[in-house]
Design a protein around this ligand. Structure first.
Ligand SMILES: Cc1cc2nc3c(=O)[nH]c(=O)nc-3n(C[C@H](O)[C@H](O)[C@H](O)COP(=O)(O)OP(=O)(O)OC[C@H]3O[C@@H](n4cnc5c(N)ncnc54)[C@H](O)[C@@H]3O)c2cc1C
Length: 249
């Protein structure tokens, strides 16, 4: 079985996000980049299928040179092949999905795994678009996956419950938190990853169908105030503030 795992590099959740001078993109200064957490579940699932069913795992990302870090990390975890699909700038979900589809279309992947959404972008669109462009079956927001005899059985998280779907491979499956517990890289894996070759390619895709007009940060919140004294006087001060300052009642 041949598996493609789509990895997106995203800013670390600890990063203090700044909007760039153009008012519509992220200022990359001081940003630490990581693999989108949902993609970690996708990769772990691929690696488990490698171990249980002898699958071959290829990871790919559309991005610039700094995205090589997420590919190197995937090598350290156990991926067999890593591909940087070069793009210098930002594209939208359709552009990204079409580039990934162009890359994958003749390579005979039985299963494509991606995150259900890329942290920060949050479009939840690339996986389903990729399935449509490739003409593959799809199951999204998956928390359990079984592959047997060319078929998949997936449990999907839906509002208030779980839906179980099945279909035939090839398929695109997008991972949700809970699908598995991603592993950590071992020191041996990290050292071995340094010697592996990241392939680089360029694939023509759809022109972006959308463009970002503006990006803004949430309005700054007023500083909090610490109420002093014992519990009774704190409660009284809180009631005073709610009544006379916030005018809640
Ligand atoms: C020409 C071009 C250049 C780009 N350059 C960069 C770049 O330098 N840095 C950067 O971070 N992004 C780059 N992108 C990616 C683009 O910014 C995002 O794909 C897009 O904004 C959608 O992100 P999302 O997280 O909202 O998508 P979602 O639909 O929420 O993502 C869902 C899943 O799709 C997969 N996915 C999403 N984006 C990618 C990707 N880029 N590569 C592989 N799998 C992906 C992941 O598995 C992800 O979990 C580029 C795209 C194009 C077309």
């Amino acid at each position: 079985m041949k598996i493609l795992v789509c990895l997106k590099q995203v800013p670390d959740t600890e990063t203090k996000i700044k909007v760039a001078g153009d008012g519509k993109s992220l200022d990359p200064t001081d940003v630490k980049w990581i693999t989108s957490p949902y993609d970690e579940y996708a990769l772990e699932e691929g690696l488990r299928l490698k171990e249980s069913a002898g699958a071959e795992v290829t990871v790919a990302t559309v991005g610039d040179d700094k995205a090589k870090d997420v590919l190197r990390n995937a090598f350290a975890l156990g991926a067999d092949h890593a591909v940087l699909i070069k793009g210098d700038g930002q594209g939208d979900t359709l552009a990204t999905a079409s580039i990934l589809a162009g890359f994958a279309k003749d390579k005979g992947f039985d299963l494509v795994l991606s995150g259900n959404k890329g942290l920060g972008g949050d479009n939840s669109a690339v996986g389903p678009m990729l399935a449509e462009l490739l003409g593959y079956a799809q199951a999204n927001v998956v928390v359990k996956l079984e592959i047997t005899d060319g078929k998949f059985r997936a449990e999907r998280e839906i509002e208030g419950g779980t839906e179980v779907v099945e279909g035939s491979l090839p398929a695109v499956v997008t991972a949700q938190k809970g699908l598995n517990e991603p592993r950590y890289a071992s020191l041996k894996g990290i050292m071995a990853a340094k010697k592996k070759t990241i392939e680089e390619t360029e694939v023509a895709g759809h022109a972006p169908a959308t463009g970002t007009l503006a990006m803004t940060l949430p309005a700054a919140r007023a500083e909090g105030r610490k109420l002093e004294g014992d519990a009774a006087s704190q409660a009284k001060a809180l009631m005073d503030a709610l009544k006379n300052e916030a005018k809640v009642f």
